[in-house]
Design a protein around this ligand. Structure first.
Ligand code: FAD
Ligand code: N01
Length: 537
C-alpha cells in the first residue's frame, strides 16, 4: 500500500503496460518528460500476459506484428514461427522493456480506479486500488481494446464443483485437461484457437456454439533463417508501405478484382489460392467482400464448402456452417485444425442457439434440452471491447463530467485519440481509430507518435493543454458512422458493434477506411497546427 497522503507529481501517467504502454513510456523518456506506467498485471505484455490459453497466438504474421520504432529491436529479435505463440509474444514484450530499461518507471499489480481533471490546476488526479495518488499533466490510456474479459451471467457458477476458466484470464501455471470431461463455451477466435489443443488432452470435449464463425487455416510453420534475414533487411521499407496501405474497399490501388466480375471457375481458383496462403489474407481475395453482400456470399460459400469437405458428420458440418452474418464482419478466425477436431470421436458440438444454456449445475451445466456433466468449463466468451477498460475507471473531465455519461449512447471521440471536455487525456487506439481492424502494432506506434509529437509541439510553444473541440469531434463521429454504414460490418452482432454486451449501445466503433487514409488525415491535422484541437496555456 502506498502512503495515502503522498501525491506524486509527474508529467504523464500511462495506464497499461501492453505494447502501447511500453512504447508510450519510451517516447516520454525520449522527450525528457517524467512518466509512470501503472499496470494491473504483474508484468508487461497486456494481451500476451493475460491470454495464456492453449493455442493462443497472433493472427498477423510475426514478422509484421512487431515494433518498428527502433530498428535494433527487429534486428536483435528472431521470431520462430509464422504466427508466434503467446509465450514468445510475452517474451518479446519483456525483451523490449528490458532492452530499454523501462521497468524502473513501471508499477505492477496496481489498477487505476479513477482519473479526475482538476479545473483549477489543469492537472489529472489519478488514483489506484493500492492507494497511490498521482498528479499528472497528461493522462494517457494504454488500456487496450480487448482487455476486459466478459463472463456470461449464467446462474449457478459459484456452485460448480469442477474448475472453470476464462481464456482471457488464463492461469499462469497452465491447465492440464488430460483425462477430463471438458466444456468450451464460445466459438470466436479464442475458442477456435484453443479447442483443437484442449481436444488433444481431454477425455471428452463438448463445444457449446451459439454462433458459428468462419475460420481460415493459418498454415503456421517454423520460419527459416533465410526468411528472417530477408525480412530484417526489408522490414522498415515494408512497414512504411503498410503504414500507408489503403484497402480496396476504400478505393486503394489494389489489384484485387470484384468477386462477381470473374466467372465461377476463376473465382473459386482465387479463393483456393487465398485459402492456401491462409489466415486473414483470405479477405483480400476480392476487393468488395466487405462492401457487397453478393460478393461476400461467394466468399462465405467457399468456406462452407470447405467445412463440408473436412467435417465428416453432415449434421455437425451443417451446424459449423450456419453463420448468419457476412464473412469478416465478425473478426475472421485463423485456425489450426479447428474443423478437423470435430472428426475426433471424443469431440461433440452442441447448438445453444436452439437450446440455450440455462444454468451451471454443481456437476456441469444444463441447456434447455439436456443436462451435461463436466470436470472443467472453459469460457471463451470474449471481451467488453474497445470501451470496457476505459469505462471501468471513473474518468471525469472538465466540471466533473464523467466519461460514462458522455459515452452513454456510445463512444464519441476525435480521431479515437481524445474526447472533448477531457483536456490532456489521450486514448491509444481508442474507438474512432482503425485499431482492431489493423495490425495493432502499426496503429499503436502511430498513436504514440502522434501524442508524443503533439506534446513536443505544446512544449515548444509554451502551451500546456490540448483538447478536442466539440465541433471536430462531432464531425469525426459522423464521418466514422458514415464510413461504417457503407460496409457490411453493421449487419453482424459483433463486439465491433458492442452487440456482445447486454445493454451496450450499438455503435460501430472502429474507423473503417484503413490505416493509410487515417494516417494521412492525422498527418495533415498535425501539420495544420493540430486542427480540431484547442491548444492553450
Ligand atoms: P493490451 O495488450 O490489452 O494492454 C492493456 C493493458 O492495460 C493490460 O495489461 C491491462 O491489464 C492494463 N489495464 C487496463 N485497465 C487498467 C487499469 N484500470 N489499471 C491498470 N492497468 C490497466 N492484434 C493484432 O494486431 N494482431 C494479432 O494477431 C492479435 N492477436 C490477438 C490475440 C488475442 C488473444 C487478443 C485478445 C487480442 C489480439 N490482438 C491482436 C489485439 C491485441 O490486443 C493488440 O494487438 C495489442 O496487444 C494491444 O496492445 P495494447 O497495449 O494496446 O493493449
Ligand atoms: O471473443 P468473441 P474471443 N452464451 O467475442 C460466445 C481477438 N483475438 O475471445 O457470437 C454462449 O469473438 C459468442 O457467441 P455469439 C480477436 O480480435 C484474436 O474469441 O455472441 N455463448 C462467441 O462465439 C477476436 O475477435 C485471436 O453468439 C456466448 C464467443 O463466445 C477478439 O480477440 C485469438 C455467450 C466469443 O467470441 C475476441 O475473441 C483470440 C453466452 N452467454 C482473440 N457469450 C487471434 O487469433 C459469448 N458467447 C489472433
Amino acid at each position: 500500500m502506498a502512503d495515502q497522503d503522498a501525491t506524486r507529481d509527474i508529467d504523464a501517467l500511462i495506464v497499461g503496460a501492453g505494447f502501447a504502454g511500453i512504447y508510450m513510456l519510451y517516447r516520454m523518456r525520449e522527450l525528457g518528460m517524467t512518466a509512470h506506467v501503472v499496470e494491473a498485471g504483474s508484468d508487461v505484455g497486456g494481451t500476451w500476459y493475460w491470454n495464456r490459453y492453449p493455442g493462443a497466438r497472433c493472427d498477423i504474421e510475426s514478422l509484421a506484428y512487431q515494433y518498428s520504432f527502433a530498428d535494433e529491436i527487429q534486428r536483435e529479435w528472431n521470431w520462430s514461427e509464422r504466427y508466434a505463440a503467446q509465450p514468445e509474444l510475452l517474451r518479446y514484450a519483456q525483451f523490449v522493456t528490458d532492452r530499454f530499461g523501462l521497468r524502473s518507471d513501471m508499477q505492477f499489480n496496481t489498477r487505476v480506479t479513477s482519473a479526475h481533471y482538476q479545473d483549477d490546476t489543469g492537472r489529472w488526479d489519478v488514483q489506484t486500488d493500492q492507494g497511490d495518488r498521482f498528479s499528472a499533466r497528461y493522462c494517457i490510456m494504454a488500456t487496450g481494446c480487448l482487455s476486459v474479459p466478459r463472463m456470461p451471467s449464467y446462474p449457478g457458477l459459484e456452485d460448480f464443483e469442477g474448475d472453470w476458466y476464462h481464456t482471457g484470464e488464463w492461469p499462469h501455471e497452465g491447465v492440464d485437461f488430460t483425462g477430463l470431461r471438458v466444456a468450451v463455451v464460445g466459438t470466436g477466435s479464442s475458442g477456435i484457437q484453443s479447442i483443437p489443443l484442449i481436444a488433444e488432452q481431454a477425455a471428452l470435449l463438448t463445444v457449446f456454439q451459439r454462433t458459428p464463425n468462419f475460420a481460415i487455416p493459418a498454415h503456421n510453420r517454423e520460419l527459416t533463417q533465410d526468411e528472417r534475414d530477408r525480412n530484417k533487411d526489408a522490414f522498415q521499407r515494408l512497414r512504411r508501405e503498410a503504414e500507408y496501405f489503403i484497402p480496396a474497399r476504400s478505393g486503394g490501388p489494389s489489384a484485387a478484382p470484384r468477386a462477381l466480375e470473374v466467372d465461377d471457375g476463376a473465382r473459386d481458383e482465387r479463393y483456393q489460392a487465398f485459402w492456401d496462403m491462409g489466415g486473414l489474407m483470405y479477405m483480400g481475395a476480392f476487393g468488395d467482400i466487405l462492401v457487397d453482400q453478393a460478393a461476400n456470399d461467394t466468399a462465405a460459400e467457399f468456406v462452407r464448402r470447405k467445412i463440408f469437405s473436412i467435417v465428416q458428420d453432415p449434421e455437425t458440418a451443417a451446424l459449423l456452417a450456419a453463420q448468419d452474418f457476412p464473412l469478416g464482419t465478425k473478426r475472421l478466425c485463423v485456425d489450426t485444425g479447428y474443423y478437423d477436431t470435430f472428426n475426433r470421436p471424443t469431440v461433440s458440438l452442441v447448438n445453444i442457439r436452439e437450446h440455450p444454456i440455462e444454468t451451471i449445475t454443481p456437476a456441469g451445466l444444463r441447456t434447455a434440452a439436456e443436462e451435461y456433466e463436466f470436470d472443467a468449463i472453459v469460457f471463451a466468451t470474449g471481451f467488453d471491447a474497445m470501451t470496457g477498460a476505459l469505462l471501468a475507471m471513473d474518468i471525469r473531465g472538465r466540471e466533473g463530467v464523467s466519461l460514462r455519461d458522455e459515452w452513454r449512447d456510445g463512444p464519441r471521440s476525435y480521431l479515437g485519440l481524445q474526447v472533448a471536455g477531457f483536456p490532456n487525456l489521450f486514448t491509444i487506439t481508442g474507438p474512432g481509430s482503425p485499431s482492431v481492424l489493423s495490425n495493432m502494432l502499426i496503429s499503436i506506434e502511430q498513436h504514440v507518435d502522434f501524442i508524443s509529437d503533439c506534446l513536443e509541439y505544446l512544449r515548444e510553444r509554451d502551451l500546456g493543454t490540448v483538447e478536442a473541440t466539440p465541433e471536430a469531434q462531432g464531425r469525426w463521429v459522423e464521418h466514422c458512422r458514415d464510413l461504417g454504414e457503407r460496409t457490411l460490418y453493421p449487419q453482424a452482432k459483433s463486439w465491433y458493434m458492442g452487440a456482445n454486451i447486454e445493454g451496450k449501445p450499438r455503435v460501430f466503433m472502429p474507423y473503417v477506411a484503413g490505416v493509410g487514409i487515417y494516417r494521412k488525415k492525422c498527418d495533415a491535422i498535425a501539420t495544420a497546427g493540430y486542427e480540431g484541437f484547442a491548444l492553450s496555456r
